[in-house]
Each structure stands twice: as structure tokens, then as C-alpha cells.
Design a protein around this ligand. Sequence first.
Ligand code: AQP
Length: 342
Amino acid sequence: MSDNSVGKRKRVLSGVQPSGNLTVGNYVGALRQWAREQYNFESFFCVVDLHAITVPYDPLALREKTREVAALYLACGIDPEVSTVFVQSHVSAHAELTWLLNGITPLGWLNRMTQFKDKSAKQQVDSVSMGLLDYPVLMAADILLYQADAVPVGEDQKQHLELTRDIAQRFNHLFGDTFTIPDPMIPPTGARIMGLDNPTAKMSKSETGSEYHAVYLLDPPNRARKKVMRAVTDSGREIRFSRDPERAGVNNLLELYEALTAQSREDIEQQFDGKGYGDLKKAVAEAVVDMLGPIQQRYEDLTRDSSYIDNLLARGAERANEVASATLKTVRERMGFLEPLR
Ligand code: AQP
């Protein structure tokens, strides 16, 4: 069973793909929660570069974004003295465990994943990669290697986490108790921020159709303001939280405001009572800019010396590898592989 279940802090693991510019959705749905929880858990945060090659990508941009995402983890409050920060591909156990888990994962489970359906629908049938279908198994390997008790993610990753639990349970059933069954840790507010240009679709870093889709963490203040001010709303006037699809734009701005200001829904509705959509947008824009300021300042400081992040990632990979290789060794034994003579 897990080596972290008795007398030790519980573990978390999470990651973000270096597949574009990190958005305010990534921040409120994931990174902010990681930073808050890192003191309560033994934390592993990786830049999941192996996931980023499951859709067409540019190798030069991948390398650049991998460093950028790692630096943004720190800029958003991850303390590398407290948490282990590393790059997924620097720990080869992730790829190896994926293959081993592939052997016990039914294809039908993967075919049901909505992210696969959504992302494959955006591509020509012939160019959809095997990796895109296998993405959730790689995610399961990431989590199970560290025997994580909890995984802080936004709402969109809930289905993948359920699959991770299913795979872990199946493995434990077939080969004996090996993996900790992880729980999702979804933030109470901001778990699903929608696109500013299209409030019926999730805000995504790889969605580049419109320049007004998302506020990026490294957007200069004026660009961030402009994006919020151009957010799609509706022709109504009332500023209330609502599940009505017609009112999704205003609701999205309210949810973003709620996540950034930590005010109650009641207080927010009262604050905007009798005001117009323009007032709401201005308030959201200022809350976004206030959030971005310190992150961007820290990012600038951290990236002044280009070797700082690389050194830190090397240290992180070493620590991650210690934990991951111990799990992998147990998995290999349980699955019946002959160990080579050393
Ligand atoms: N719009 C969002 N609202 C709240 N949380 C979000 N997350 C992503 N978008 C939102 C959370 O951020 C983390 C990033 O996960 P990822 O990079 O592995 O992939 P993703 O979930 O597919 O995120 P993106 O931004 O949409 O990436 P692309 O465009 O590359 O697919 C996860 O915890 C996610 O829940």
C-alpha cells in the first residue's frame, strides 16, 4: 500500500501542460489552490510536458513554455523549499508506468472521456493521436507514482481523476494493494472559468481562435483590462448569479469576481444592485489586474537569472525520481516482471 499513509503528511500531486499561455482559469482553478495547500500536504507539482505532445505542437515553443510554466508556478506562490517542482519527462517512470497501466485499462473507459471527444473533434480524424486517447492513463501514472492522496484540479479534470481511481482499484484488485486511491480537490469557487469571448466554452490556454478568449497571467494590465471589458454578456440588465445559459457571460464574470475577491455571492449581488454591466466589467478588470501585478513582478525577478529555474528543476526531478522509482519497482514486482541482475 502507500508509503505515505501512516504518520506522515498526506500527499498531493498536480500539473499543468506547457501547451500555451497560462490563463486566469488555470490560476483560480489550480495554481492558487496548490499554493494554499502546499503547507498542509507533502506536495509534488510537475510541468506535464509529455501531455503537451498529444496534440500538434511546436518543439521550440514546448521547451520555452516548459520553463515559463515552471517559473509561473513559483510566481504564483509555490515555494520550492516546501514543494517538489519538476518536469514530467525528467522522471522516466511516468512514461514506463503509463505503458504498464495501459495493459490493464479497457479501451471503452478511454473512449468515454469527454476531453478526448472534444479535442479530437477539433482535429482531422486521421491526425488524432494515440497519445490523445491515452492522455488519462498518463495522468493516472503521474498521480499513482507518488501515491497521492489528493489531486487539486479544476472541474474539467474531474472525469480523468475518476478514471485514475478506477485504474488504481483495478490494479489493486488484480495484483494486490499497491496504489493509494486519490481524491479530487476541486476549489469551491473558480473551478470552471469560461471563455470571455464564448461563455459556453471553458477558458483554455490552447484556445487561440480569438485574442479576447482568455486573460493570460503574463498579459500587461491594459491588455487584461481590455479583454475583460470586451467580454461577451447579453442584452439584459440584471447582475445576478444564474445557471441560465443565456446569462452565462454575466455569470462567468461574477464567478471570476467571486473567486478573486472571496466575497459572498450575496454581498456581490448587493454591490452591483442597480448598476450596469460596464460597472461589473470594470470591477472584474481591476480585481484581475490586482491579482496579476504581484505574480508578474515575481515572474520577472525569478527569470532574471536563466539558470535558476533549470537548477531548481534538476533538484526537483531528483527528489521526484526517488519516490517514483520506488513505486515503479513495486509495480514491476507485482506485475511479474523479472528484475535484471545488477
Ligand atoms: N477554465 C478553467 N477554470 C478553472 N480551472 C481550469 N483549469 C484549466 N482550465 C480551467 C485547471 O488548470 C489545470 C491545467 O490543466 P492542464 O494544463 O493539464 O489542462 P487543461 O485542464 O486541459 O487546461 P487548459 O488550460 O484547457 O489546457 P489546454 O488548452 O492545453 O487543454 C487543471 O487543474 C485544470 O482543471
